[in-house]
Each structure stands twice: as C-alpha cells, then as structure tokens.
Design a protein around this ligand. Structure first.
Ligand code: SF4
Length: 173
C-alpha cells in the first residue's frame, strides 16, 4: 500500500494500525502546501528520522512546487483546502497506479483538525478514476496515543496546518 504522509507525528498510529493488519506499507512525502521552505524541510527531516527508526521506506519526490500551489489557490484562498487535498491525494493515486501498488491511503485521515469527510470523498473519487483501491480508515481513534508517543520521542510537532494562510490564521489574531 502506498501511504501519503503529511508529517512524522501523523505517521505513528496509521502505520501501526496498517502493519497490525498485515499491510506492507511504503510512504510518500508529497506536500507542496507546507510553507515556508524551512518548515517543509523540518517536517521532512522529522519524518526521515522516524522512518529510519521504524524501518519504513519513504519516497521523497524531488522539487518543491510552491509557485504552482500558490497560483492555484491565491485567487480563492477560502477554498484552498479542496485543491490542496486533491492535489496531494491525486499525486499519490497516480504514483500508486504507475508503480502497481494495490491501494493508497493517507495519514491525513489521522488528524482531528483536517476535513475528514472531504478527504474520504476525494480519495474515493480518485479511486474510481484511477482504478486503485482507496483504503479508508478512521485513524483518528489513535489520536491520543500518537500524540503521546510523538512527545515521548521528542518529535517536532508543527503548530499550524501547513500553508501560509493557515499560519496566518494560527498566529495573526
Ligand atoms: S489549511 Fe491545510 S489543508 Fe487547507 S490548504 Fe492550507 S495546508 Fe492545505
């Protein structure tokens, strides 16, 4: 299974839940929505360190298409999440199809702060379009355990969702 990964802390519970059920998981860190670059780099490094510990193979596509992301959302920032989620899940579904995975999923289904139903709807639509199974699971049930473990491991936990708009919403009161 190819699992889109948004960050290290959100990987803990979904990976554990999938492995318990016998899934062979490969990660994919594709997140042009994380701004600025140093924040992107810090989240990626946190995942790299964790992936090494738990022997998880992760794909890190080259590049950082910030300009493309902004050009798609700048005109209607209030609707940005639809593009953001679709873009990341579509990249995952397309790669899963190209590389002959049986299924794809996302750690975004773990977050209590994400638009859970929208993520599920987008994943299922992409599944229908690509013919690759979308593994839906409500990973939010492991939220407390994931937070606890990430704190015990001293992992970096980001204070905002990712884009510059979410950073403003978090800090510019
Ligand atoms: S708030 Fe989060 S999900 Fe929405 S566009 Fe920004 S980074 Fe993406």
């Amino acid at each position: 299974m190819l699992m889109h990964i948004c960050c290290g802390p959100c990987t803990i519970h979904p990976l554990k839940a999938l492995r318990i059920h016998g899934h062979d998981v490969t990660g994919l860190f594709y997140n042009p929505n994380i701004h600025p670059y140093l924040e992107f780099s810090r989240r990626r490094q946190t995942l790299q360190d964790y992936a090494q510990k738990i022997l998880l193979n992760v794909i890190y596509p080259e590049g950082y298409p910030l300009e493309e992301f902004l050009s798609q959302v700048a005109a209607r920032p209030q609707e940005r999440c639809v593009y953001c989620l679709t873009n990341r899940l579509k990249f995952t579904a397309d790669l899963a199809k190209k590389e002959n995975y049986d299924a794809f999923t996302s750690t975004l289904l773990y977050s209590r702060f994400q638009k859970h139903d929208l993520i599920r709807q987008i994943g299922e639509t992409l599944s229908w379009q690509t013919g690759i199974h979308f593994h839906y699971e409500d990973f939010r049930i492991g939220w407390n355990e994931g937070v606890k473990i990430s704190r015990e491991l001293g992992m970096y936990r980001q204070p905002y969702c990712g884009c510059i708009y979410s950073e403003k919403e978090r800090f510019c009161k």
